[in-house]
Design a protein. Structure first.
Length: 361
């Protein structure tokens, strides 16, 4: 019921108070409350609460940053519910600043996030913290300054202290540094390499690739048991349906990279914002080979999808006439992305994690 009330408030503010700062803050506070106040009925709540109660005993189960905050709140005498709520509001603060640095169309982002992938982040609080920090960090790449690059790198590394997804988005920094005249050819070439990597993964087998990823994770991650989890738990059997779906998605990425110029009609300043968001979103396509290993890796596409939501909010802000009559190329683009999103969300994740189910619990 609370979730439905928050949705009604978001829709009301989106209609009547679109660019009001107080309304924007209230909307993001609503998102933070939904994430932080999630109860024991959500899928991973019991696991997080159990490890919170035993923090400091034995080998830390989660990444160092998350564990350090657990220990801090536990030592101060707070229970898990209070810790989770505080963590959600802290993460939402960085998310708000990050989105605000890209666009003034904040309510659009809040509503779109709510209606799409928020309820998976309600379950996975560490992922919510990490992607909030990633969006905040990537926002400093707009101007291509050295201090901005430094903040982006440090921000992604900090996000990795809450979830290893932070390491995955580090290549966004390199993509953003590519000169504009070389960006489109680079995006296309990388998508071709993605298709080749997908073929190799299918041929050599998921177990071999998982073992290789496990060795790499053992070197870079701050989570002690991640390497073992990659090799033992994050490996699924690859079905024909998954192969077809991922291949279709990869070709969608190729088409998108080839025709991106048709929807990027912006001023020089706005083009920098568009390109930065584009680089963040493209990680959704470049990480496709990992989805042959296990559906858990589809969280990369889910997180990349947030860059698309911000991109859409930014696009509609700069092209208000498109709210009523989208150009064919833009409509095709969002259509391809919608198909991609529903494939990863509805097939690779469980039906009990879907929005209608959670709303009725």
């Amino acid at each position: 019921m609370i979730a439905l009330i928050v949705l009604a408030i978001l829709l009301f503010m989106g209609t009547f108070t679109r660019h009001n700062t107080a309304a924007n803050i209230a909307a993001f506070c609503g998102l933070a409350f939904l994430v932080g106040a999630a109860g024991p009925k959500t899928t991973d709540y019991a696991t997080y609460a159990s490890y919170y109660q035993s923090v400091g005993i034995g080998t830390p189960y989660f990444e160092r940053g998350y564990t350090a905050l657990e220990q801090l709140f536990s030592n101060l005498g707070y229970d898990y519910a209070a810790f989770r709520l505080a963590l959600a509001f802290l993460a939402t603060f960085f998310l708000y600043i990050g989105v605000r640095r890209f666009t003034d169309n904040m309510i659009f982002f809040a509503v779109a996030y709510y209606l799409s992938v928020l309820f998976l982040d309600v379950i996975q609080i560490r992922n919510y913290v990490a992607i909030s920090l990633i969006i905040f960090a990537v926002s400093f790449l707009k101007d291509k300054t050295w201090w901005g690059v430094g903040i982006a790198v440090v921000g992604c590394l900090l996000a990795a202290q809450f979830h290893s997804i932070g390491y995955v988005f580090l290549p966004v920094v390199l993509l953003r540094l590519i000169p504009k005249r070389w960006l489109k050819p680079t995006l296309v070439v990388l998508m071709v390499l993605v298709l080749l990597a997908m073929m190799v993964t299918v041929v050599v087998g998921a177990n071999y690739v998982s073992a290789l990823l496990g060795k790499i994770a053992g070197i870079v991650t701050s989570r002690a048991n991640l390497a073992a989890r990659i090799t033992s738990m994050y490996t699924d059997r690859t079905s024909l349906f998954r192969i077809v779906g991922l291949t279709f998605t990869a070709f969608s990425g190729v088409i998108f990279a080839l025709y991106i110029d048709h929807i990027s009609d912006f001023s020089e300043k706005d083009d920098a914002t568009f390109t930065t968001l584009l680089c963040g979103f493209m990680m959704s396509f470049y990480a496709l080979p990992a989805d042959f290993l296990a559906y858990d890796y589809s969280r990369i596409q889910r997180n990349g999808f947030l860059f698309l939501i911000i991109l859409a909010a930014f696009y509609f802000e700069k092209h208000p006439q498109a709210r009523f009559k989208l150009k064919l190329t833009t409509g095709t683009f969002f259509g391809l992305v919608a198909v991609t999103y529903f494939f990863f969300t509805c097939y690779l994740w469980r039906v009990t994690d879907m929005i209608p189910y959670l709303l009725l619990r």
